[in-house]
Design a protein around this ligand. Structure first.
Ligand code: SF4
Ligand code: MG
Length: 333
C-alpha cells in the first residue's frame, strides 16, 4: 500500500527550568494514503506533540526534535527549513484544532479567511478563489454559501464554525489532514455530524487523516487503524478491530474497559495511578507501576515490539516469547 507518511524513531524534548521533558520517546508509525489513523491516549502522552512535530510546529528553542525522521511522500520534513515548511503547512498538510473560535479571525469575513490561503499559496485569481470557497462551503454542508461568505465567525453556531475551519483546512487540497481533538469542544449531536463529515470528505477527496483524540467513541466512528500512546511511546497499534476486539496491552485493555462495544460512545476510563514523570522516564515498560500483570523484567528492560499479525503490534513482555520462557522456567523450579 502507498504510504503517505512514515514516522521513524521520533524523539522530541522540551527544556524547562525543571529540566528536560522527554515528551516523545521513539515513536514510529505510518499512514497509508486515504486512510484514517487515530492516535489515542491520555493527556500528556505525547500525541499532540507528535502531530505538532509533523506540522513543524515544535516551538524552538525550548522544543527540539532530537532524533528520528518524518517522511512525507518520501521526503524528511525534519530536514526542511522553516521557510520550506511554510509552503507545506496549510497546503500539503493541514491541521484542525480543538476550538473553532480561536482558529478563526473574528474581524474577517468567512469568505476572506477561506480565500486567503488559496490566493497566497495557489496564486489563483480572486474570482476563482471565490468559486472554490463556495464549493468548499457546499462540501462541508453550509447552506446559502454565496451569501454566507460575507458573514463573520460570530454569526455562525459552534458546529458551523467547525465546518468552516474544516473548509479552510481543505481548500488548498492537502493530501494529509491532522485533526487534534476536532470535536471535543462541540456538543454530542454536533460531534456526530462533524465526524460523519470527515468520512464524507475522505470519500470525496481521498485525503489521508491523522486523528488525535482521547475519546474512543470518536475513534470507533471514523478510524481505520489505531495507535495507542503512553508516556511518549506507542505501545500498541492495530486495525480498529484488533484494538477494540483483541487488545493485548494491559493499558489498552484498561482504556477500553468502559467501552463494551464498538458502536457505543465512551470516554477513556481513568486507570488507577498516574503516568511516569517524563523528566526522568523509566528505562523499562513505563506502565509497570500501574500494571496489574507486571513482572520483574518489565521494570528493567523496555519490551520489544511483538507482531501478533500483519496489522497488530504491541510492546509488552506478556507477548514476548522470551519472557514467557523465563516465566515457564521460573514456574518449573
Ligand atoms: Fe505490564 Fe509488563 Fe506488559 Fe508493561 S511489559 S504492560 S508492565 S506486563
Ligand atoms: Mg492535546
Amino acid at each position: 500500500m502507498d504510504r503517505i507518511l512514515e514516522v521513524n524513531d521520533l524523539h522530541v524534548h522540551f527544556s524547562t527550568y525543571g529540566g528536560t521533558v522527554q515528551a516523545v520517546r521513539g515513536v514510529s508509525f505510518h499512514l497509508n494514503r486515504g486512510e484514517t489513523l487515530a492516535i489515542v491516549g491520555e493527556s500528556g502522552c505525547g500525541k499532540s506533540v507528535t502531530s505538532n512535530a509533523i506540522m513543524g510546529l515544535i516551538p524552538s528553542p525550548s522544543g527540539k526534535i532530537v532524533n528520528g525522521s518524518i517522511l512525507f511522500k518520501g521526503e524528511d520534513l525534519t530536514k526542511f527549513p522553516e521557510k520550506k515548511m511554510r509552503t507545506i503547512r496549510g497546503v500539503d498538510i493541514s491541521m484542525i484544532f480543538q476550538d473553532p473560535m480561536t482558529a478563526l479571525n473574528p474581524t474577517l469575513t468567512i469568505g476572506t479567511q477561506l480565500m486567503e490561503g488559496l490566493i497566497q499559496h495557489k496564486k489563483v485569481s480572486a474570482k476563482e478563489a471565490e468559486k472554490r470557497a463556495i464549493e468548499m462551503m457546499e462540501l462541508v454542508g453550509i447552506p446559502n454559501p454565496k451569501e454566507r461568505l460575507k458573514h463573520y465567525p460570530h454569526q455562525f453556531s459552534g458546529g458551523m464554525r467547525q465546518r468552516i475551519v474544516i473548509a479552510i483546512a481543505l481548500i488548498c487540497e492537502p493530501e494529509l489532514l491532522i485533526a487534534d481533538e476536532p470535536t471535543t469542544a462541540l456538543d454530542v449531536t454536533i460531534q456526530a455530524q462533524i465526524l460523519e463529515l470527515f468520512g464524507e470528505i475522505q470519500e470525496k477527496t481521498g485525503v489521508s487523516i491523522i486523528l488525535i483524540t482521547h475519546d474512543l467513541g470518536v475513534v470507533a466512528k471514523i478510524a481505520d487503524r489505531i495507535a495507542v500512546m503512553y508516556a511518549g511511546k506507542i505501545i500498541e497499534t492495530g486495525t480498529k478491530r484488533d484494538i477494540f476486539y483483541r487488545p493485548q496491552h494491559p493499558y489498552t485493555k484498561g482504556l477500553l474497559h468502559s467501552v463494551p462495544r464498538l458502536d457505543e460512545r465512551g470516554e477513556l476510563e481513568p486507570i488507577d495511578g498516574t503516568p511516569p514523570d517524563l523528566f526522568s522516564p523509566p528505562i523499562g515498560c513505563p506502565f509497570t507501576a500501574r500494571c496489574p500483570l507486571a513482572m520483574e523484567v518489565c521494570n528493567k528492560v523496555y519490551p520489544a515490539t511483538s507482531s501478533l499479525s500483519e496489522t497488530h503490534q504491541v510492546n509488552c513482555w506478556l507477548q514476548d516469547e522470551r519472557a514467557k520462557q523465563l516465566l515457564a522456567a521460573a514456574a518449573s523450579k
